[in-house]
Design a protein around this ligand. Sequence first.
Ligand code: CU
Length: 119
Amino acid sequence: MKKNIIYFTLVTLFLSCEKSNNISDPIETGNTVTTQGLDFIPDLIYCDIGDTVFFILTPSHNAVQVSETTYQNNGGTPLDGGFNIDYGQSGYFVPETIGTYFYVCQPHLPGMKARIIVQ
Ligand SMILES: [Cu+2]
């Protein structure tokens, strides 16, 4: 019986470690995007692969990932498979590859745009 409990504890520990090592799970890194007026604060974040970028949005703003071309053309068309934080929601994004991630607040284009640079 005691052996079973130890085994169960080890399996549980193993599974919980597995879970926290999943790259798409959030970790506390201090990268948080909020809004002020018609701006994302900050509008530029540098981070590493696996870091978590948290979004805390007020009801008039969303945060929709777009392609670089869309971003440069001040468009609001979402990127296929990109992150999309809805109006007034909180959420997070974990970059899994190096590169620049572009996102916009759709109703506040062309001004409300921001970037995450993953190096
Ligand atoms: Cu906005």
